[in-house]
Design a protein around this ligand. Structure first.
Ligand code: PGA
Length: 251
């Protein structure tokens, strides 16, 4: 595991974008798994800048996403579908037909979970890259703490802590969806490379536990410790516990 130190959110966004951009240059037809949330917004802005400067093109790329709320998501401004359109896809040359996000509004959600799992299974050797954030409770995607690691795409009841974490995106707490559909742990762990990004004090304790504590489904992100190619790009605040307890682990 490589842990890359950044002074602040801007530096984290720039360094994470540089890593993704170099992958796209090396392999223009990469299959990349994107994440939503507050953390990757700056990274996406940086990718858009590089695209506008003509440094990278997304035209041959395919994309997947980690998760989506359950319900009438295309009407929901805060859906992850709309998040990806507004924060990245509408600003770059990715082909809409090459982007895939679980459809949380599917009438048969179980069938949609199976479709998504199969679509991921069809990628030879797994995703080239999966971008991940980490929840305050250690979730990755919406794989919430549990007593086992759910392997394939599945429906989740969001924990109270996760629902709280979605507050900045909603004007009314009652409108925050309580259920979601998420990529499982298998597709995440099958990705050839993982890029975990984290920013802010609120992530420092969980980041240290996930990366240096026992591997347990109670902290889903702890499974990342056994991935063959994990890069963590995080800012000083998010790394504060690791800086204190494992200073030699940081590049
Ligand atoms: P955040 O969410 O980027 O909004 O902190 C991260 C996550 O829940 O995975």
């Amino acid at each position: 595991m490589n842990i890359i130190f950044c002074e602040d959110y801007e530096e984290m966004s720039r360094k994470a974008a540089a890593i993704i951009a170099s992958k796209i240059i090396l392999k223009p037809d990469s299959v990349i798994g994107f994440a939503t949330g507050a953390t990757p917004i700056g990274l996406y802005k940086e990718l858009i800048k590089r695209y506008e400067k003509g440094e990278i093109s997304f035209a041959d790329m395919r994309t997947f996403n980690l998760d989506e709320y359950l319900g009438e998501i295309k009407d929901l401004e805060t859906s992850f579908y709309n998040f990806m359109q507004n924060n990245l896809f509408l600003h770059i040359d990715v082909k809409p037909e090459n982007t895939d996000i679980p459809d949380g509004s599917a009438a048969d959600i179980q069938a949609e979970c199976e479709r998504y799992t199969e679509a991921l299974d069809l990628i030879p050797e797994g995703l080239d890259f999966q971008i991940l954030g980490i929840g305050a409770n250690g979730h990755i995607g919406f794989n919430e703490p549990d007593d086992y690691f759910p392997l394939d795409t599945h429906i989740v009841e969001l924990t109270e802590e996760t629902i709280e974490g979605q507050k900045p995106f909603f004007d009314d707490y009652n409108k925050i969806p309580k259920r979601a559909v998420t990529m499982g742990i298998r597709a995440i762990m099958n990705a050839k490379q993982l890029l975990l990004i984290a920013s802010g004090d609120g992530k420092s304790k969980i980041l240290e536990k996930a990366l240096f504590g026992p591997v347990t489904p109670n902290i889903p992100a702890s499974i990342l410790q056994i991935h063959r190619c994990l890069t963590v790009v995080a800012d000083r605040a998010a790394l504060s516990q690791i800086i204190e307890k494992h200073p030699d682990a940081i590049l």
